[in-house]
Design a protein around this ligand. Sequence first.
Ligand SMILES: [Fe+2]
Ligand SMILES: [Fe+2]
Length: 256
Amino acid sequence: MRGPEPFLVAQLSDPHVSDDDDDRGRLLADAVRAVAALDPAPGAVLVTGDLAEHGSAREYEQVRELLSALAMPVHVLGGNHDDGEALRASFPLPGADDEDYRYTTRCGPLRVVGCDTTLPGRDEGSLAAERLAWLDARLAEDRETPTVVAMHHPPLLMGIPAWDEIGLPDADRAALGEVVSAHPHVRRIVAGHVHRTVLGSLGACPVFACPSTWIQSLLDFAHPDRLSVVPEPPGFALHAAVAGELVSHVQPVGDW
Ligand SMILES: [Fe+2]
Ligand SMILES: [Fe+2]
C-alpha cells in the first residue's frame, strides 16, 4: 500500500565557493544536479551558510548562478566565512531592514525560521539575547505549524575542543534550549558549519548538522586540538515531512 507522499526540504551546506578553487563550484553544481533530479522534487532548498570562502561579490554571484538551476524556492543563511553585506546583495531579503540575515518562510506543511548566528570577523557563533528574543517572537507567531529552526553554527558540543571553540557558547546553547522547550512545535534545529553529519539534541529537540557539499571534517577524537579536513564524500540532507512527522536523510553526492 502506498503511504502518504513526503514533502521534502533539501539542505545543502558549506559549499565555500572560492575564486581560487574551481573544484568547490563544480562540487556545488554536482549537489544541485542531485537535488534537481530527485523525484518527487523537494519543495524548497535551504543552504545553511559558508556559501563563499572569502565573501567576495564574485563568489556570491557564482553561488547564485549555480543555485539558479533549482526550480524550487532556495533560502540561504550566512556562516562565519560569509560577508553579510555581499550575501545580502546577491540574496536579498524582502522587507528585512535589520542587521541580521534572518527570516521566516513557509515550506509546504513546514515553517522554517532562519537565524543568524554569525559574528563579523569571527569563526565562533553567537545567539545573544536579542537574537533569542527575535526567535522566541517568531516561534510565538505560529504555534501550530511544525517548524524547523535553521542556523549555521549547530547548538551542540562536538566533543572535539577545536570545533567546540568555534561553536556557540554554553550560555547561548542553554538559553536556546529554553526557547525551544517553550515551543514544542519546533521539530528540528538544522545547521552546518561542522562539515559532517552529526545528530544531537537540545532538551527534547533534535539537532542535526549537515555534511558539506565540498569537503568533510575528519572524525578525530585523538587530536582534539586539531581541525582536519578529509576528502570524504560530499553530501546533502533531505528533511521529509510525512504524516505530520519529520524524518531526516543524508545523501552522498558522486559516484561511490
Ligand atoms: Fe564551513
Ligand atoms: Fe562555518
